[in-house]
Write a protein that binds this ligand. Structure first.
Ligand SMILES: NC(=O)c1ccc[n+]([C@@H]2O[C@H](COP(=O)([O-])OP(=O)(O)OC[C@H]3O[C@@H](n4cnc5c(N)ncnc54)[C@H](O)[C@@H]3O)[C@@H](O)[C@H]2O)c1
Length: 267
């Protein structure tokens, strides 16, 4: 993917959680190519080290921080270290997530709480830690990665509920801190072909071929579809965008693609 970067992104600091692989990794790749200073917070040291090494060898200004976002002290330590290393955090992306595919009758309270800890509490704690700096500088862009699952029922019960709460948190931050010129938006991706799907691909290798028939644009998404939206919301090209659900889903939420031919009698 060739991105068109806003020039003012160069030199800005962006923090991406869960940037060791998949969508977060592509965000880091794009941000580094835009000459941003990139900090990745990631629990998996192996993927983190690999990604940081690869992006650095391509000329990127990228630093990794190992932290488990389920642990408040590790979040606060990582963010304090990043502020010390980079001076300030201008863009923060709450991307890390966990996904439990079970239906609610098979979801234990332990799994429900773990999902909410990573997908909902961690973004809350990260935002709480970075906001004072953004408020003091009267500037900041926070981007929460939500999901179409929080807009309609398509399975993954605890995951969908945890992300629905994240969508609500975006609105709270946007409205409460708009006066401080802190913008906060949710990106709402549809299906993106990443490693988080591996378990479902193992069960059904054709899962993306089935899913793509529901997408008006005829394909599932790529990590670069989301990375491009992140860089747009991070830039000065989106100065009046806050509190939004920025849908990047190939048209999935616009309607039920297989239904209209039956309604019109044209199927
Ligand atoms: N892939 C999709 O189809 C899809 C669709 C909609 C939304 N999303 C969202 O996009 C984001 C990225 O998804 P992905 O497909 O790249 O997922 P992924 O599982 O491939 O990557 C998630 C990353 O987060 C890290 N992570 C998980 N728990 C962590 C913790 N406790 N502390 C620190 N890091 C942790 C993982 O190690 C991993 O590197 C998520 O917020 C996800 O909900 C994905």
């Amino acid at each position: 993917m060739t991105y068109q970067f806003a020039a003012e992104l160069a030199g800005r600091t962006i923090v991406i959680t869960g940037g060791g692989r998949s969508i977060g990794r592509e965000m880091a790749t794009a941000a580094a190519a835009a000459k941003m200073k990139v900090a990745i917070i990631e629990v998996n040291k192996e993927t983190l080290d690999k990604t940081v090494a690869e992006l650095k060898s391509a000329g990127g200004d990228v630093t990794g921080y190992v932290a488990d976002l389920q642990v408040e002290s590790q979040i606060n330590d990582a963010i304090a270290q990043i502020e010390k290393d980079f001076g300030k955090i201008e863009v923060f992306v709450n991307n890390a997530a966990t996904h439990d595919p079970e239906d609610l009758l098979h979801t234990s309270l332990e799994m429900w709480n773990r999902t909410f800890a990573i997908n909902t509490a961690a973004p809350f704690l990260c935002i709480k830690a970075i906001l004072p700096g953004m408020i003091a500088r009267k500037s900041g862009s926070i981007i929460n990665i939500g999901t179409v699952n929080s807009k309609m029922m398509i399975g993954s019960d605890s995951y969908s509920a945890s992300k629905g709460a994240l969508h609500a948190l975006t609105r709270t931050v946007a409205v409460r801190y708009g006066k401080n010129n802190v913008r906060c938006n949710t990106i709402v991706p549809g299906t993106i072909a990443t490693e988080i799907w591996q378990e479902r691909i193992d069960r059904n290798p054709a899962v993306f071929d089935v899913l793509k028939t529901w997408y008006p644009l005829g394909r599932v998404g790529k990590p670069s579809d989301i990375a491009a939206a992140v860089l747009y919301l991070a830039s000065d090209q989106a100065p009046w965008m806050t509190g939004t659900e920025f849908v990047v889903d190939g048209g999935l939420l616009a309607g039920f693609n297989p239904m209209y031919p039956a309604v019109e009698g044209s199927d």
